[in-house]
Structures are given as structure tokens and as C-alpha cells.
Design a protein. Structure first.
Length: 276
């Protein structure tokens, strides 16, 4: 990535972070206190002050994107309780059934909210429902979904260990890319979903998922394999399974990205050479 692109990406991530701080009621940024000569020195045996920020550990390539100040999500204690979060997710799925915030509602059969474990450590995000998903009301159930399930299995997870959702919850006609205003209308749902699930890592499937999630445009060929950040959650962009169906040779790169994700999660990494 050249310095201009890197700067644009950092600016974009800072904007996302600032929006989040505003939403979560922050009125300022935590000050970085530097010790002065007059400051008391730490006393041996006494615990030092806890850190004010939680910065997720990610691969060195992501360092530049993770130096922004970061505070723990300002969720209410109840939304951190997995049982309460699960109930709220069920409520949300029900609430969005009648959503008319964008034009996509006009052509849908039904909304498609999510599938999988509402307390998952790993979340996959796609672009939007296709014809099969629109018919069945569940994300990634068509051919691309079957490939995604094989990817999940190859990582050592059961299908329902992970959480799977999309940027938009209604099928764009003719499987076109969702428009920016459609992604923006749906974003509050995604934001709340991710806050409730609170995954340790997100895998963004394809360029539209990256754009809808963190606003960064660009080619997925260049973005894939490079950590990004949504709020404090590390995001790994990779190719969409539908692209892999057309371009099986790209599975090698996707597998490399998924291995990086497993390392980040501290999970066993299946031997090299295994493919999806
Ligand atoms: N493609 C997506 O991006 N999402 C789905 O749910 C299915 C196909």
C-alpha cells in the first residue's frame, strides 16, 4: 500500500472510531499522561493502574491501523450477558421483518438476519442475500454458502459455531451490489448485531462487505490478507465464496487468510496445503 492510500485508510478508520465514540456518549478522548519528575514513582509490589484502552493484538501488518486510541465498547452490562444478547438478537430479527427504510424492502420475499452462534468468537460478513437466501430466510444457504461451510469446517469449527450475517438484510434485485444508501440504512442493524455478538474477529467476504463495514473502498485483491479494524474488532478481508466458485485458484489465498485468522484467535492452525 502506498503512503497516500495508507493515510486515506487511517483517516477512514479514525472517522469510524470517532463516530463510535460520539454514539457511545464520549465527550472527549482519554488523555495520554506522561510522567513528570514530580510524579511519584511506582512502589514495588503495588499494582500499577489498569490500562485505559483495550487494543486487540493483531498481526504486525495491522500496526498502523491499531494505534488510534481505543476504549472498550460502551455497551450496557445487560448486552454483554450472552443470554440477554441472544434474546435481543431474536427480537431484532423480528423487528427488521417489517423494515421499509430503503427500496430493497419492495422486492424481498423476506428479510435475512443471521445464522449461527450469537456468542461466537468469529463472525463472517457477506454482502447481501441472494435468491436462495431470500427464499429460505437464512444467509449463505446457496452454492456460495456451501463453500463457506467448507471453509468454516476446514478451520476446525462446526457450521453453527460461528456467526454469519450480511451488510444488507434484503436481497438486492438481480443480485446487484447494494447501493451506498441501502448499506447506510441497514448499518444500524449490523452495528447492534456486532455489539451483541461481540466477536473477537470478523472475516469480511468481498469488497462490498469491507466497504459496508468500515467504509474503505478498493479492490479486494489488494485488501485481502491485511488486517483492518471495525471499532476495536480486527477484520480480515478475503475473497467472497461466490468469487471462489468462479475462480477456484484463489482458494489458496483465502486459506492463507483464514490461517491468519486462526492464529489471531489462538486456535490450532491445520497443516499447510489443506485447502477449502
Ligand atoms: N452472498 C452473500 O453475500 N450473502 C449471502 O447470504 C449469500 C450470498
Amino acid at each position: 500500500m502506498n503512503p497516500r492510500e495508507e493515510l486515506a485508510q487511517i483517516a477512514c478508520e479514525l472517522r469510524t472510531h470517532a463516530e463510535w465514540l460520539i454514539e457511545s456518549g464520549a465527550t472527549g478522548l482519554p488523555a495520554v499522561e506522561r510522567p513528570t519528575a514530580a510524579d511519584p514513582q511506582p512502589v514495588a509490589g503495588r499494582p500499577s493502574a489498569p490500562p485505559i484502552a483495550r487494543v486487540p493484538a493483531v498481526a504486525p501488518s495491522a500496526r498502523a491501523t491499531l494505534t488510534a486510541p481505543s476504549v472498550p465498547p460502551a455497551a450496557s452490562p445487560s448486552s454483554r450477558d450472552p443470554a440477554v444478547a441472544k434474546i435481543r438478537l431474536i427480537e431484532m430479527a423480528d423487528e427488521i421483518r417489517t423494515c421499509t427504510k430503503c427500496v430493497l424492502h419492495g422486492a424481498r420475499t423476506q428479510t435475512v438476519f443471521a445464522r449461527g452462534n450469537p456468542a461466537a468468537e468469529l463472525c463472517f460478513i457477506g454482502e447481501g442475500p441472494g435468491a436462495d437466501e431470500d427464499r429460505l430466510g437464512e444467509p449463505f444457504v446457496g452454492k456460495a454458502g456451501q463453500l463457506l461451510d467448507r471453509m468454516i469446517g476446514a478451520m476446525g469449527y462446526a457450521r453453527d459455531d460461528v456467526y454469519v450475517c450480511n451488510i444488507v438484510k434484503c436481497r438486492p434485485p438481480d443480485n446487484r451490489k447494494p447501493e451506498p444508501d441501502e448499506m447506510a440504512s441497514c448499518k444500524p442493524y449490523l452495528r447492534e448485531q456486532l455489539e451483541l455478538v461481540s466477536p473477537k474477529v470478523i472475516v469480511a467476504l468481498g469488497a462490498t462487505a469491507v466497504e459496508g463495514l468500515i467504509g474503505t473502498g478498493g479492490g479486494i485483491t489488494r485488501m485481502r490478507g491485511q488486517w483492518k479494524v471495525y471499532r476495536t474488532i480486527p477484520v480480515m478481508p478475503t475473497f467472497h465464496p461466490a468469487y471462489l466458485l468462479r475462480t477456484p485458484a484463489a482458494k489458496r489465498e483465502v486459506w492463507a487468510d483464514l490461517q491468519t485468522v486462526l492464529k489471531q484467535l489462538g486456535r490450532p492452525v491445520p497443516p499447510a496445503g489443506r485447502s477449502v
